[in-house]
Design a binder for this molecule. Structure first.
Ligand SMILES: C[S@@+](CC[C@H](N)C(=O)[O-])C[C@H]1O[C@@H](n2cnc3c(N)ncnc32)[C@H](O)[C@@H]1O
Length: 167
């Protein structure tokens, strides 16, 4: 994962058209979009695979309290540059999913792992560790959205699931 995104980061935004850069990409796919429409605009949202920060920036402009995280230094640096450019005070964690819970005590109403990012947790053990880390970042009764759809992907489905109370 790390190597590919260290190389891709500089050109990543070229994958998006102007509408996506302005209005968001993966957050407008059905699972995330429906959830984000029905929660309060004061909700706390963690974009846990923020890439270069396109969606996190859009969500912050919509009024959500947004944090961003990414496991690639280069992608996170792209996000940091975007947030500086757009004068958005979005806390940014340079962490992989299993390491997020120890990185901060902050917990969120919505944790996003969108844009087919989870595909990078390869193998059962890595997938369990990733999902456990993401789930631990959600507040009790919060949501984790794991979405394989990128808008450029052929993958047809997406899932949004409510966590049981006590998680
Ligand atoms: C396909 S990009 C999606 C980025 C963004 N959500 C989007 O829709 O444009 C996948 C992102 O996941 C990040 N990533 C991959 N594996 C990760 C891991 N184990 N922990 C945290 N981030 C990871 C990559 O660095 C990359 O920024």
């Amino acid at each position: 994962m790390a190597d590919a995104y260290e190389t891709l980061a500089a050109d990543y935004d070229w994958l998006f058209d102007d509408d996506a850069l302005a209005d968001g990409g993966a957050i407008n796919q059905p699972a995330a979009a429906r959830l984000l429409q029905r929660i309060s605009r004061t909700s706390a949202v963690l974009d846990a695979a923020c890439g270069t920060g396109i969606d996190a920036a859009v969500l912050a402009r919509r009024g959500f309290t947004v944090w961003a995280a990414d496991g690639s230094d280069a992608m996170a640096e792209g996000a940091a540059a975007r947030f500086r450019r757009e004068r958005l005070a979005i806390p940014l964690l340079r962490r992989r999913w299993p390491d997020l819970p120890a990185a901060t005590g902050e917990r969120f109403d919505v944790v996003l792992c969108t844009g087919n990012a989870l595909v990078h947790a390869t193998g059962r053990a890595a997938m369990v560790q990733a999902l456990t880390g993401l789930r631990r970042m959600a507040r009790p009764g919060g949501h984790v959205v794991v979405d394989p759809v990128t808008g450029r992907s052929f993958m047809p489905s997406a899932r949004s699931s409510r966590l049981p109370a006590g998680w």
